[in-house]
Design a binder for this molecule. Structure first.
Ligand code: 3PG
Length: 306
């Protein structure tokens, strides 16, 4: 019987697991669940006889692939696929996919929540500021970036975006001002919200030179990936500029050192942008449907290792 392994160190909501099981059983597949694992050997064991794999941010390394002798497809239930070793998948002719857009609203809502948390001094009685009339810069205008823009405009913010991969007309049509370049975005925005993937071009790219362009009271918002931040530069910014703020959903390696900058620095205890019942349901079910579509009909629409 075809076996689908759901390996999630950070488990899906029950409704999502039930939905995945339902789709797979209708297709005649069995589902195995590996949740909250702390030992990678448990992942190696569980994947040994799996034909298909669903993960979240779980690292699908070459070692995982080496243990997965029957694997034909791996689906990252979510947007960013930097946790998949694509070369190892391709070498074994394993199709790798993501589920773009399925968890975007959850991440966008958290970005707005974090912005309010920072504006309101970490929900302490100290007088904060309002978002109305403030300028928000969106770095990368994909599924999440667009939603953050829409929601911020509804709160009366002025929204600017930069994305070299999205035509300026599309950004204008979405009602946002188009930044000429990153300098333009960072120097003209009170808040900058990151929605870039982690790849060779973006890793460490948010550095001192860029951050120091932000105006007085500027706040950087990260619901993307920790790898895009130059952590030493971030620490330098927070210690040199007593007005500068950084809020992140992905705690950096130097989180303990940065905590002394609170309330100007805040990291969620565990990455939770996509951790809603709805996002789990949408991304999990999309992953299951993509697996069935691929195994039964050869559909490779969301393949990322072409
Ligand atoms: C994504 O890339 O989809 C988000 O970062 C969500 O990641 P998660 O599934 O680990 O919460």
């Amino acid at each position: 019987m075809t076996k689908v392994l759901v390996a999630t160190e950070k488990p899906f909501a029950k409704a999502a697991v039930d939905g995945i099981k339902d789709i797979c059983s209708k297709a005649g597949y069995e589902v195995a669940l590996l949740e909250k694992y702390t030992d990678v050997n448990d992942f190696y064991k569980a994947v040994a006889d799996a034909d298909a794999l669903i993960v979240r941010s779980d690292k699908v390394t070459k070692e995982v692939i080496d243990h997965a002798k029957n694997l034909k497809i791996v689906v990252r239930a979510g947007a960013g696929f930097d946790n998949l070793d694509l070369a190892a998948c391709t070498a074994r002719k394993i199709v790798a996919m993501n589920t773009p857009g399925q968890n975007s609203n959850a991440v966008a809502e958290l970005a707005l929540g974090l912005m309010i948390y920072m504006a309101r001094t970490n929900f302490t009685p100290v007088a904060g500021t309002e978002l109305l009339g403030k300028r928000l810069g969106i770095q990368a205008f994909g599924h999440v970036g667009r939603l953050v823009g829409e929601k911020a405009k509804a709160m009366g913010m002025k929204v600017m975006a930069f994305d070299p991969f999205v035509p300026a007309d599309a950004m204008k049509a979405a009602g946002v001002e188009v930044a000429k370049d990153l300098d333009d975005l960072y120097s003209n925005c009170d808040y900058v919200s990151l929605h870039i993937p982690a790849n060779d071009q973006t890793k460490n790219s948010i550095n001192y030179a860029l951050l120091s362009k932000m105006p007085k009271g500027g706040c950087l918002l990260n619901t993307a990936r920790k790898e895009v931040i130059n952590e030493a530069d971030m620490e330098k910014m927070l210690s040199e500029r007593e007005d500068f703020k950084y809020v992140t959903d992905i705690a950096p390696a130097n989180d303990a050192d940065l905590k002394k900058f609170a309330p100007r620095y805040f990291a969620t205890p565990k990455k939770m942008g996509a951790q809603t019942k709805e996002a789990n349901f949408n991304a999990g079910l999309a992953a299951a449907n993509q697996i069935v579509d691929f195994l039964k009909n050869g559909v490779t629409k969301f393949q990322v290792n072409k």
